[in-house]
Design a protein around this ligand. Structure first.
Ligand code: 8YV
Length: 319
């Protein structure tokens, strides 16, 4: 007697061999390759596929979801879900999970790392030493003091709160902007994003991506942040009008930027690569060994919870 394993469609590698092995033990895992013609692979399993594994950076549109009429759960590696048509899936009764909480510390650490590195010109400092500019007569520019400065957080969710905790260790004055004030924090609420940018020395973007925040940080907000202000983004590239940011940096309207995310990853505007007051990272805020294992395990837990109880463990709220 054959005991056929259910089929799991894997769109994104989850970069942890143990977790991949556990998935393969319980499921017939079918990997769909990025950018290649997957028609034959899909046709072979379209009716059997019940679970899909994707990621926060893997496009998972409605037409792909619709290829699998018996799909019941989509489990994503990552906390953000703007890459997935969650609403469409939910309307079809497909559960969708993400990996909240487990990455908050690392994302907040990275935000703070970018903030310190941008303020103190660490990207340029590294190039300055490697390129033997030290001692050559080229003066290294003075940085910006971080301790005791004003930090504005756009989007005070779990990651925003973890960033605020770190900022408290640097005796920073902290205010935040959300659509509504939180009633579980004493941090100062600023109802106007413009006023927050005007007040802040550092503006950190930690809000969700997607249509509700697209282009939120526009030319006007950048002007309000001003020539001494530093912008940090660990959320989504779509939150910032990237062309406006390039222009603002070129014109000295904004002092500097530390960016982990971009509008069209992995494309980064060439203009940004030439600026020494800009620090660029390749979307790595959650990319530590510990956190990526925790995320991978939570993906497995969701797949497993669905298989054993019929409910994923950390569902995305109904949109
Ligand atoms: C990951 C992310 O880089 O969690 C998110 O929303 O963007 C990231 O943690 C991503 O999931 C890796 O593909």
């Amino acid at each position: 007697m054959t005991n056929k394993k259910p089929t799991l469609i894997q769109l994104a590698a989850i970069v942890h061999a143990d977790t991949e092995a556990k998935l393969a033990k319980h499921y017939n895992v079918v990997q769909l390759k990025n950018g290649s013609d997957n028609d034959a692979a899909i046709a072979a399993v379209r009716d059997e596929a019940v679970v899909m594994v994707t990621s926060a950076t893997q496009s998972t549109p409605a037409d792909l979801i619709d290829q699998f009429p018996n799909l019941r759960a989509i489990c994503s590696f990552g906390v953000g879900y703007d890459s997935i048509d969650v609403k469409h899936a939910q309307q079809k009764g497909i559960q969708v999970s993400n990996t909240p909480d487990v990455l908050d510390d690392c994302v907040a650490d990275h935000a703070f790392g970018l903030l310190l590195a941008t303020a103190r010109n660490l990207g340029y400092a590294d190039r300055y030493v490697r390129d033997n500019l030290w001692g050559s007569g080229t003066r290294f520019p003075l940085g910006v003091k971080v301790s005791h400065k004003k930090l504005g957080i756009v989007g005070l969710g779990r990651i925003g709160l973890a960033i605020a905790q770190r900022a408290a260790g640097f005796d920073m004055e902290i205010r935040y902007h959300n659509r509504k004030p939180r009633n579980d924090t004493k941090l100062g609420y600023e109802p106007s994003l413009h006023e927050l940018a005007q007040w802040a020395d550092f503006l950190v973007i930690a809000t969700v991506g997607g249509p509700t925040t697209r282009g939120l940080i526009d030319a006007k907000v950048l002007k309000a942040l001003g020539p001494k202000g530093i912008l940090i983004n660990i959320s989504r590239g779509s939150v910032i009008d990237e062309a406006a940011l390039v222009q603002a940096l070129q014109d000295g309207v904004v002092g500097g930027a530390g960016l982990d995310v971009y509008e069209e990853e992995p494309k980064v505007p060439d203009a940004l690569k030439t600026m020494d007051n800009v620090l660029l990272a390749p979307h790595i805020a959650s990319a530590t060994v510990e956190t990526r294992i925790a995320m991978a395990e939570l993906v497995f837990d969701n797949v497993d919870a669905y298989a054993t109880t019929g409910k994923v463990k950390t569902p995305i709220p109904t949109l």
